[in-house]
Design a protein around this ligand. Sequence first.
Ligand SMILES: Nc1nc2c(c(=O)[nH]1)N[C@H]1C(S)=C(S)[C@@H](COP(=O)(O)OP(=O)(O)OC[C@H]3O[C@@H](n4cnc5c(=O)[nH]c(N)nc54)[C@H](O)[C@@H]3O)O[C@H]1N2
Ligand SMILES: Nc1nc2c(c(=O)[nH]1)N[C@H]1C(S)=C(S)[C@@H](COP(=O)(O)OP(=O)(O)OC[C@H]3O[C@@H](n4cnc5c(=O)[nH]c(N)nc54)[C@H](O)[C@@H]3O)O[C@H]1N2
Ligand code: SF4
Ligand SMILES: [Mo]
Length: 867
Amino acid sequence: MTITRTTCPYCGVGCGIKARLTGEREAAITGDPDHPANAGKLCSKGTHLGETIGLEGRLLHPEIDGQRVSWDQAIGHVADRFAATIAEHGPESVAFYVSGQLLTEDYYVANKMMKGFIGTANIDTNSRLCMASAVSAHVRAFGEDVVPCSYSDLDEANLIILVGSNTAWCHPVVWQRIEAARATRGTKLVVIDPRRTETAERADLHIPITPDGDVALFRNLLAHMRDQDLLDHGFLQESVSAPSGFWDGLSPCADGVDEDLRRAFIALFAAHPRTVTLFSQGVNQSTSGTDKANAIINLHLATGRIGKPGAGPFSITGQPNAMGGREVGGLASMLAAHMGFTDTERDRVQRFWKSPTLCTEPGLKAVEMFDAVADGRIKAIWIMATNPAVSMPDAGDVRAALAACPLVVVSDCIADTDTTRLAHVKLPALAWGEKDGTVTNSERTISRQRGFLPVPGDAKPDWWIIAQIAARMGWVDAFDYPNAASIFREYAAQTGFENEGSRILDISDRATITDGAYDQLEPFQWGGASPFSYGRYPTSDGKARLVPVHPAAERKTSDFPLRLNTGRYRDHWHTMTRTGLSPRLSQHRREPLLELHPEDAADASVGDGALARVEAAAGVSVYRVRVTDAQRPGEIFVPMHWTDQQSSGGRTGRLMGKDRDPLSGQPGFKNTPARIAALRPEWTGFLITRDPFRPNDAIAPWLLYHTQVRTRGGWLVELAGTGETSALLNLLPPGERIEAVDAARGSIRAAVLENGHMAAALFLTRDGSLPQRDWLIAQLDQAAARPVELLAGRASDPVPDRGPIVCICFDVGLHTIVETIAREALTSVEAIGAALSAGTNCGSCRPALAALLPGPLESTSPKAIYG
Ligand SMILES: Nc1nc2c(c(=O)[nH]1)N[C@H]1C(S)=C(S)[C@@H](COP(=O)(O)OP(=O)(O)OC[C@H]3O[C@@H](n4cnc5c(=O)[nH]c(N)nc54)[C@H](O)[C@@H]3O)O[C@H]1N2
Ligand SMILES: Nc1nc2c(c(=O)[nH]1)N[C@H]1C(S)=C(S)[C@@H](COP(=O)(O)OP(=O)(O)OC[C@H]3O[C@@H](n4cnc5c(=O)[nH]c(N)nc54)[C@H](O)[C@@H]3O)O[C@H]1N2
Ligand code: SF4
Ligand SMILES: [Mo]
């Protein structure tokens, strides 16, 4: 059996994977023990990749206006339309919107075509929504977008500070590494996050910061270190420059942090010079994101905690190739290979590419780009590997803009997404497991993604599609690439072109790599484990910069008194085009939840499990309520994942405004003024079917809310509505129907049988009582249950309710775990694993298991550290 070594397509940890084909489109997935990022570990998403590689929902042929066409026709059409638009309205009238889920080779070719040949920098990427603020901060502080740390720093640190990062859910294998360091060397962990996430729950100290209070907190901490004479004066003298007035500008500012917590934090920081501060979206996705990142970097520079083992400010990337995109210049504000827009750099890039018309200035950033589509300045846009109709702020506006745009081209692997629905031309791209190339992870390690599945239909690599269209537009020689390796060689050569040590990004020693060696390429890290270990920075005087930073302004208003925070779930990936296909991954959160504090729930008269509307200036969306004291009063949280494909609610992009960081242009997704209102359906219920649910005209008038989720063998659809319930019966497929209608209570219980097997079931109620979904889901296509049991929604000899599934690898439910802990007096996650296997495979549920163990949450009390 051949095993292919490749890289996980999800997060920026960049775990190595071994894939072994076990059927035509089935594979056994395991962690690659030889990959430096994960040493064999995988989280829940990586572990269950095998459930997402079927052909369900794939886009397999090019289409123009909904009609299948040949590649020759599609390429000709896109090339002609782009050429005609440019001829009539100039190069600024076209744009590319690309993604950190492209491979480096795809990204390189797209950037070269737009910036070097079409001649405008109107190419931007979803990374603008993701780490643009970190990029701006790196450039301001270091002179180049270089991440100073490696994962090994986490092994060697004595203090790890996580700022705006739900690491246990979003970078789980990095989290496992942090947990291992804590176990072996007692590393202290501080988590700074307004929510008490599973990550925060495990911390020695959790600081529930006021939204956007980070600049003030880190600036105050720096002032304190200065006042206590705890700065590294030697390092400041040798390696850092401060603008005049920097130190005087550190006047105390309100950070909203409880005094005991602040003192505990300061004490930990002062006591542990080996500090890594790891940050992600709670920092970047803010209208003060660049200042937040520089406030963190300032502190590390001034205390000399950078460029040494176990110390540094560590921005971790989200997408598998966010970093690769930064390298090849996917952002509108950069050129290529870490070059900017000075005359010298432009000239250098132009000569390297033999470009006829190199762009002269930075292009439109994502939000500006879609605004330009809306007002007609951009007349043709090509979207690749991203779903902006869901993920952009003010997504309702983005949809309207695309609907009115004369030419929308979308390259995707999936046929029906909220964005492909707005496309004139759909181009089928190869997906993970089929495509070939390289990605760069959070610690600058470049790894190969390799194909191991057969190429389906007419799908093609993204780089091939771009190069074909560029060639058709007349640039034949510049885009004549026989394979991905040839693009990699060109990119590698560009990083070394007239570099002479001026740019740290230099992989030109691989510019002559053979096709065979590229196929065998082992992971390698550019810039070395610690690029700044010599205390020299890629600035004009070789010194890093301290940057004055300013606390954020208040954002809530009297109309919208709540602050809306958004983010991710453990087992879903972005707009769910992949994870939504996996029954296992879909178990952890079946619906989009509105998490809010009991006081806010009481104010709005909504209870746990009810439905509520969230309203913001940009739009409205509906969620299932979850009341929790993990939220602070006045602050609510919703996920970013749900789309039109799964739900009438949970469309979070519609709520976000366009406010963004002035330097990076990154939107502030984490702090939107909002309010809530109860939604009071007359009936609620659910449907279990084999086929996906499409609300039809007959039932649409009665429906207030629906969400569907993948289950084994079918779909579970949660429903809520008003008026007559009987119309809903036509949701059931034809077949032998058994039903029990209770007119007095207004309930319907119905099931469809096919050869004695349950083919569908519908349960609706007006008084809120509904049976357990899981037992009924398990009956789909089974003949075991009797009709009377199906209508009761449970076995006559009832099986104990396991509760919501916590461990998706071994199917272990919450109730089972809680009972076993009590019965067997378990005191550790390992003991739970020994008793139930839970948490012993991928480990993603270990923080959740830990939270179920008895004992006070000593960890979050400042006394434990300070008192
Ligand atoms: N499971 C899963 N993992 C993923 C992804 C996914 O979709 N699903 N996506 C990947 C991608 S592209 C990315 S970018 C990363 C993102 O990874 P993370 O940044 O860890 O994820 P988020 O949930 O977006 O936000 C992190 C935290 O920031 C907190 N926060 C909000 N406002 C503030 C603030 O003002 N200050 C501070 N200090 N914290 C704040 C939020 O409460 C939230 O818990 O995850 C990657 N990994
Ligand atoms: N409210 C809110 N919004 C957010 C965020 C938030 O925290 N809150 N986070 C933001 C962040 S950090 C990010 S990164 C974005 C992510 O948002 P998106 O990039 O919009 O999300 P994805 O679902 O990953 O979209 C990727 C698309 O590319 C397709 N695809 C996958 N692989 C390939 C390929 O190889 N080639 C091609 N051509 N297509 C492919 C997939 O089918 C899918 O349709 O969302 C942003 N939006
Ligand atoms: S941590 Fe999980 S999602 Fe991220 S790369 Fe590793 S296996 Fe994939
Ligand atoms: Mo991201």
